[in-house]
Each structure stands twice: as C-alpha cells, then as structure tokens.
Write a protein that binds this ligand. Structure first.
Ligand SMILES: [Zn+2]
Length: 138
C-alpha cells in the first residue's frame, strides 16, 4: 500500500478520534490530531528502507529490516502500544493520535489483498493475521 493511502487512512481514523474525544468532552487540537495520526500512519513502514519514512532514517530502517523483516515488530500490537505511550508522554492527545494512526496502518495492511497480512501478535507469535476468504463452490 502506498504512503499516500496510509496518510488518507490515518486521517480518517484521526477524524474518528476527534469525534470520540468530542463526545467524551476531551479537549483536542486538530493540528496535533492530524500531525500525530499521519506520523502514526507512516511509522510502521520504517521497516522498509525504501519507504517514505524509512528512506528518511535509512540507517535505522536498514537495521530494523535486517533484524525483524517486514510487517512484524512495527506492525504489531506491541508497537501500537509502545508508540501510543511514548508519544503520550510528550502529550496525551499526541499519543492517542499516533496510536490511531498506527492502528489505521495495521488495519489497512491486514486488508490489503494478496499481501498476506501482518504479524499482529509479534513477538509472541509470528503468525500473520489476514482475512481468509474462501471461494464458494457452485
Ligand atoms: Zn505497512
């Protein structure tokens, strides 16, 4: 999936976060939600050195790719929780925004046809999660 599609998906999830925060009476800043969700939507592909974000931190991206491969650690619930908490230490709303961005990325990668899903429960399990659609017999 392209980085543009991940940005679009992250903004949709970010809009959902705005709605939920509004309903809960939590003050939110549209700039923080947009920036945070876009960052979160791009971060998981740091495991590909040629990706939009990986090409900007190639030294780190190459190490992550070599050690973990693609769609493992950075596409897991552990990474989602870690990024939410890490950015949440800077700002509560930024943490939630990055979290929904990472969540949007993981959901879109799971749903990408033919891409064989993500290791959602890494490092507990390396099994990839993706929808298994059976063809009907006629
Ligand atoms: Zn990805």
């Amino acid at each position: 999936m392209t980085y543009r599609a991940h940005i679009a998906g992250a903004l949709v999830f970010g809009a959902g976060l705005c709605y939920l925060e509004e309903r809960a009476g939590i003050a939110w800043n549209p700039i923080i939600v947009a920036a945070g969700s876009i960052l979160g939507g791009l971060l998981p592909d740091i495991d590909i050195p040629r990706s939009f974000i990986g090409s900007r931190v190639k030294w780190l991206s190459k190490r992550i790719h070599k050690r973990f491969g693609h769609r493992t650690l950075t596409h897991s619930l552990l990474f989602l929780a870690a990024m939410t908490m890490l950015f949440g230490m800077l700002d509560y709303n930024l943490g939630l925004s990055v979290g929904v961005g990472v969540l949007s990325h993981i959901v879109l990668d799971i749903l990408t046809p033919g891409a064989r899903g993500v290791a959602l429960f890494y490092p507990v399990s390396k099994k990839r999660v993706y929808p298994r659609i059976r063809k009907r017999r006629r």
